[in-house]
Design a protein around this ligand. Structure first.
Ligand code: NAD
Ligand code: MG
Length: 382
């Protein structure tokens, strides 16, 4: 029986690479549902190639256009709206949900997938940043399987495989350093979105590319690791590793370190989440360690304040990481639209973290309210 896969965010960077994985292993995987936010033409093209049972376009304004262009494919059901997107993950034949939407919008569909006992392959890190405690509680309560797709977390997960309850002393979370790793404060003052949208080692969607340049992405990954592996943030150390070959590592109580290495290519972590515990072939270039220096540096948290803000947020707990995420989503977009400078991003987020109502033990409703309040306050402060 082929695994039936639902991809939330199939037109994105992760989504399209996941489709490549599925195409390369068509004997094992089949697409059951594809979803996108706005790019209905691309979604229709994917539907013609992969023949899913359903497609969902989140933005209802594109429903007619999408339904029209797929009218000659009556076996593909077409839906629109966020409700439909949240419902589709529950469809009975689906075995695997790949959560590859970007931002807070991924939270509710991911929760619905967990509650429907689907195997969830999680790329959407914002879900764990916002509501990590709730998500991990639900995973336990519903005996769900949650597998990391983020490359660092996949590397940590791969390093932990076979280790049972052996004690983790420390997680070594690697970080390319982004395009501005060697920039001075003055140089950082002048950078524009086009400069930040070029990443030295990874090709990704626009939001995460900016987050990688500010190092907020790494801060998010500290929070993500804290919840996925139940390790306090004090035991998660960020290492700048410009080559992006060591994708992260775990240091155990006997001092032994296990790491996962490979070329920077998201198809491996995506495929591993699909196939775990098995490994499938993947035709990527191989790392040649003879030609590959491996360097590690400490991050500079003065130039890259977002990393400190993320540690502060997880240290404070409650809804603070949710506030951090919402403020970042607004500031990140403002920077992409040339409405604020690169260095202002961290200042804007810090102000929002100081202003939004703190809640030490939030539930889903509190997260939804906090997200809305933090977005409004951040937008007003621009
Ligand atoms: P992207 O911008 O390329 O794609 C986002 C996808 O989500 C698109 O298909 C889009 O249509 C959909 N989407 C966006 N907003 C939506 C909404 N409100 N409702 C419904 N659908 C919506 O992003 P990406 O780079 O593929 O990243 C996706 C997620 O994976 C992010 O959370 C990111 O942090 C994470 N991630 C990405 C990479 C990477 O290499 N790209 C690596 C690790 C983690
Ligand atoms: Mg990552």
């Amino acid at each position: 029986m082929k695994q039936q896969i639902c991809i939330l965010g199939s037109t994105g960077s992760i989504g399209t690479q996941a489709l490549e994985v599925i195409r390369n292993h068509a004997d094992l995987y089949e697409v059951y549902a594809l979803t996108a936010n706005n790019r209905w033409q691309e979604l229709a093209m994917q539907a013609r190639q992969f023949h899913p049972a359903a497609v969902v376009i989140a933005n209802e304004a594109h429903y007619d256009a999408l339904a029209d262009v797929l009218a000659d494919q009556p076996e593909i059901k077409v839906y629109a709206g966020t409700k439909a997107l949240e419902e589709i993950v529950e469809a009975e034949p689906i075995n695997v949900v790949l959560a590859a939407m970007v931002g807070f919008a991924g939270l509710v569909p991911t929760i619905r997938a967990i509650k429907a006992h689907k195997k969830v392959c999680l790329a959407n890190k914002e879900t764990l940043v916002v509501a990590g405690q709730l998500i991990m509680q639900l995973v336990e309560q519903y005996h769900a399987t949650l597998l990391p797709v983020d490359s660092e977390h996949s590397a940590i997960f791969q390093s932990l495989t076979g280790e049972g309850t052996n004690e983790i002393e420390k997680i070594l979370l690697t970080c390319s350093g982004g395009p501005f790793r060697l920039y001075t404060h003055n140089q950082l003052q002048a950078v524009r979105a086009v400069d930040a949208l070029y990443h030295p080692t990874w090709t990704m969607g626009p939001k995460i590319t900016i987050d990688s340049a500010t190092l907020m992405n790494k801060g998010f990954e500290v929070i993500e690791a804290r919840w996925l592996f139940d390790v306090p943030s004090e035991k998660i150390q960020v290492l700048i590793h410009p080559q992006s070959i060591v994708h992260s590592a775990v240091q155990f109580c006997d001092g032994g370190i296990k790491a996962q290495l490979g070329v920077p290519d998201m198809r491996l972590p995506i495929q591993y989440a699909f196939s775990f515990p098995e490994r499938l072939t993947l035709n990527t270039p191989r790392v040649n360690l003879f030609h590959q220096p491996l360097e590690f540096f400490e991050p500079d948290t003065e130039r890259f304040k977002c990393l400190t803000l993320a540690y502060d947020a997880i240290g404070k707990g409650g809804n603070m990481p949710c506030i951090l995420n919402a403020a970042n989503e607004v500031a990140n977009e403002a920077f992409r639209n040339a409405q604020c400078s690169f260095l202002a991003i961290a200042d804007i987020i810090e102000r929002t973290m100081q202003s939004v109502t703190f809640d030490a033990s939030p539930d889903l409703d509190v997260y939804l309210q906090t997200d809305a309040e933090a977005r409004r306050m951040t937008a007003e402060s621009l």
